[in-house]
Design a protein around this ligand. Structure first.
Ligand code: PLP
Length: 302
């Protein structure tokens, strides 16, 4: 089954803050309960082009960490499209522990086969990809985070008439596909800010390869490193939910919004600016994050 373009408009919600700028959030997380937010759009052309090519032995292979939103989304997509999926998972130690991990349990339940590899093997994903493509010539191999040219093209769908009126477009950045798409297809006068949740010096150059535009700016929103969650992050997410009734997760959207609030407080945005943040989904990650927080006797994400 091909992924469809939803007929219903994705809502843009106002976030009431008593400041001299106007803040909004586009709820891309509403797009699909299991293929949520930017994942839907990054996979859109990848999967539809693949299915249209009518492969004889359809199989989707992709890569991710233990709590990956992308792995979760691809597994759900596999189930929906009745295509076999294979997830290459970072960390061989998970082989005997996957049943403690809600993301991997969900993936397995969707019929995804999991292959656990060492961090060293994972680092050399290009080699693995070559090997897998030889072994499964009909397979669609999607890179980590789903980021490739098709993903960048798909992200165009997050932009429409309603998004044209904003001065700033904000997104969390992991593998860079989402910001590259926003940057490629937004209006000439719009500024794009990427909130980088990974500490990776090569990100700027990599995104510059994915988009020819130079309208984007990366800011550090790692808060101590990828996947690290501090008590402030948890407090921010819980306060945000109480105040605005909008759930955020701690790896991407929570860190982006926290940093946006900090930048507003520091008067980064000129008075009167209209700021749009993309809620890129990934709420499935909250359960896994809470298991880790619980083990450390810390406050949970509500
Ligand atoms: C919820 C969420 N937000 C943002 C991102 C960052 O997207 P990208 O990897 O395209 O930079 C991801 C990763 O796909 C994600 O899962």
């Amino acid at each position: 089954m091909l992924l469809q373009i939803p007929t219903e408009q994705i809502p843009i919600q106002k976030i009431d803050i008593d400041k001299s700028v106007r803040l909004f959030i586009k709820r891309e997380d509403f797009i699909h309960p299991e293929i949520s937010g930017n994942k839907y759009w990054k996979l859109f052309f990848n999967i539809n082009n693949y299915l249209e090519s009518q492969p004889e032995n359809p199989l989707i292979i992709t890569f991710g960490g233990a709590y990956s939103n992308h792995i979760s989304a691809v597994s759900a997509l596999g189930k929906l499209s009745e295509i076999q999926t294979l997830g290459i998972i970072r960390g061989e130690e998970l082989e005997n522990k996957w049943s403690d991990n809600p993301t991997l349990v969900f993936a397995k339940r969707n019929g995804m086969n999991l292959k656990f590899v060492t961090r060293e093997e994972y680092r050399h994903k290009e080699k693995l990809t070559e090997f897998l493509q030889q072994e499964f010539p009909d397979a669609l191999i999607i890179p980590e985070g789903g980021t490739n040219e098709n993903a960048v093209e798909g992200i165009k769908m997050m932009l429409n008439n309603d998004t044209k009126d904003f001065d700033y477009l904000c997104t969390a950045v992991g593998t860079g596909g989402t910001i590259a798409g926003i940057s490629s297809f937004c209006e000439e006068n719009q500024k794009v800010i990427g909130f980088s949740v990974v500490s990776d010096d090569s990100l700027q150059d990599w995104i510059s390869e994915l988009t020819s535009k130079r309208n984007f700016h990366l800011t550090d929103a790692a808060f101590g490193g990828y996947g690290k969650i501090n008590d402030d992050n948890v407090r921010f997410i819980n306060d945000f939910k109480t105040k605005y009734d909008i759930p955020l997760e701690p790896i991407y959207t929570g860190k982006m919004m926290q940093k946006v609030f900090e930048m507003i407080d520091e008067n980064y945005f000129p008075d009167g600016s209209k700021i749009l943040c993309f809620h890129t989904g990934g709420l499935q990650g909250i359960e896994g994050a809470n298991l880790l927080l619980e083990k450390q006797n810390r406050d949970l994400i509500r």
